[in-house]
Design a protein around this ligand. Structure first.
Ligand code: NAD
Length: 472
């Protein structure tokens, strides 16, 4: 099911289409589109049986218009230079769309992480970090990785520790990587940030009465039928918030082992428990196992959330997609041609560069926390609590109404770090959606949200070049 052109060519195709709607000088547009730096390197690691294996790895820094650059590290057998470049470019546009002041980057290690022991993965991660360090491709002011497919807080802690060991004079060393465990300089809310952001973005899109009417749907996320592909970090959390906070109904799910359908609704926590216990989502109580896992993409639903890998929907299967809204929780899950097809057939695609930007947004908050060397909320929590208590007391005195202790606790609660993180994330996703929607409106609704988001990104990056000029 591979598309006609490569992933990077698809991203550039989307870029070119958006660039054609702007009036920026050709050279500036070429500079925005170009990969500013990419390295491919190999290194040996010792396997547990004593044998030596050569590992292929990449890091691409797409845009230095702002530093540091930022982007995840992916462990997958399919990793190659084209993929890393495409994902790095997407990161540039993503950061611009949601006003995260970073350039885009991406890293990849060509391994199937499931076939290595924890010790082997640690050696690979540390050696990869060492190679990035040697080449000036990592540092709090240079390039700041994060997790992606098959990597998580554990790998990020190894990266932070390796960097700090190599750069003991760098007082901001912890800011060299984000999505670390909270005890190692991470931030509350980062693990679930991308999925929570998908929920905020979907909720905002579904609340626009006019847009829902155009899709033939009722406004509001509540009650909408949702299918999720991939129940990893992004897919699981997206499904959880969509179900629990959004009151939507998860009617189908896909994982590597297969796909299931249950129109009455899948409780996502129960499904995860079933998968932990049996090793599979198949055989879940009350659900139907589908013949092939890809058939999950074709289930009858309102919203499809592909949250696994790129090119899940291509020209080979797009005509069978029944959803009215596709939220690209993964990067590049809908090929460029398939995305055009969906637009022409009246389907709303919430593009990856916007809808999965919650992760990088909270990574930005974590980086700020690392540079500040203090937890968000620590300085203000008690002060705000006391001020609000004083205000409540004044209201009680003026009105004679006495608040219950429960009300007083709710109204006069100083913010915890997680409250501030989620508030910043919510604001970012709401604001980002309306920036894109407004841009589409300005273009007379002739373009899809992907092209609109790309125009928003190009505008912001071009402004940076125009304000700062070109060195030297
Ligand atoms: P992950 O490794 O935690 O989860 C991916 C899940 O997809 C796994 O459970 C895997 O078994 C499943 N999967 C793989 N192939 C599948 C298939 N063909 N059908 C169904 N399921 C399949 O990775 P993740 O961090 O959740 O990333 C998923 C996607 O989201 C990637 O495209 C990544 O680039 C993107 N993304 C991740 C983040 C983040 O913060 N982690 C942020 C933005 C975008």
């Amino acid at each position: 099911m591979s598309p006609a052109i490569s992933f990077f060519a698809q991203v550039n195709r989307n870029f070119d289409r958006a660039a054609a709607l702007t009036t920026y000088a050709r050279g500036i547009l070429e500079q925005i589109r170009a990969i500013n730096g990419v390295i491919h390197f190999t290194f040996p690691i010792k396997r547990d049986d004593g044998s030596v294996e050569v590992i292929h790895a990449w890091r691409a820094e797409h845009s230095h218009h702002r530093l540091p650059t930022k982007g995840g590290i992916r462990y997958a057998e399919a990793v190659d230079e084209d993929e890393v470049k495409a994902l790095a470019a997407l990161m540039t546009y993503k950061c611009a769309i949601v006003d995260v002041p970073f350039g885009g980057a991406k890293g990849g290690v060509k391994i199937d992480a499931r076939t290595y022991s924890t010790e082997e993965l640690e050696r690979i991660t540390r050696r990869y970090t060492f190679e990035l360090f040697k080449k000036n491709f990592i540092g709090p002011s240079l390039d700041v990785p994060a997790p992606d497919f098959a990597t998580g807080p554990r790998e990020m802690a190894w990266i932070a520790d390796t960097y700090a060991t190599l750069a003991p004079q760098d007082i901001n060393a912890l800011g060299c990587v984000t999505a670390k465990p909270v005890a190692e300089g991470g931030i509350h809310g980062r693990v679930e940030a991308t999925g929570r952001g998908v929920f905020f973005g979907l909720r905002e899109a579904c609340d626009v009465v006019q847009d829902m009417a155009a899709l033939g749907l009722e406004p509001g996320l509540q009650g909408k039928r949702v299918v999720v592909q991939g129940l990893g970090n992004v897919g699981y959390h997206a499904a959880k918030f969509i179900e629990e906070d959004g009151q939507a109904v998860i009617v189908g799910a896909m994982e590597v082992e297969g796909a299931i359908s249950k129109p009455e609704g899948i409780r996502i926590e129960e499904l995860m428990e079933h998968r932990r216990a049996t090793g599979s989502i198949l055989g879940f109580a009350g659900a139907r196992d589908l013949e092939r896992r890809e058939l999950g993409l074709e289930l009858d639903c309102d919203i499809l959330v592909p949250a696994a890998l790129e090119n899940a929907i291509t020209m080979d299967n797009v005509a069978a997609v029944k959803a009215k809204i596709v939220a690209e929780a993964a990067n590049g899950p809908v090929s460029s041609e398939a995305s055009d097809y969906l637009f022409e057939h009246g389907v709303m695609v919430l593009p990856d560069a916007y809808i999965n930007a919650g992760g990088v947004t909270v990574s930005y908050f974590e980086w700020l926390k690392n540079l500040e060397h203090v937890r968000f909320g620590r300085m203000v929590k008690r002060f705000e609590q006391r001020s609000a208590r004083g205000m409540l007391a004044a209201i009680e005195k003026a009105t004679g109404h006495v608040f219950t202790e429960d009300e007083a606790c709710r109204f006069a609660r100083g913010p915890e770090e997680i409250d501030l993180v989620n508030s910043g994330l919510e604001e970012t996703m709401i604001d980002g959606f309306h920036q894109i929607r407004e841009m589409r409106k300005r273009q007379g609704d002739r373009i899809d949200l992907r092209t609109a988001s790309m125009v928003v990104a190009i505008d912001k990056i071009a402004t940076t070049y125009s304000d700062r000029g070109i060195f030297p």
